[in-house]
Design a binder for this molecule. Sequence first.
Ligand code: FES
Length: 84
Amino acid sequence: MTTEEQPHIFARQSRHLNLDPGVYFFCNCGRSQDGIFCDGAHKGTSFGPKRFKIESPRSVSLCQCKYSKNKPYCDGEHRQLPKD
Ligand code: FES
């Protein structure tokens, strides 16, 4: 696997947000400005956004390290990542 195929670790903690119902596009590459939602910064990489849907207003804990196995949601994987 090349370096380009590794997601960028935006942050080693989750981000809590209150989301309204709707369709969202989660950033898988870790290069977007806010580290959460795709803004097209993945262009030229092997990554693309993950579409997810919120059915009713809810509080969510979203992955910012990009290594969660349950994206877009945090699964605590950031605690297992090797330090830089
Ligand atoms: S900007 Fe990261 S997946 Fe689009």
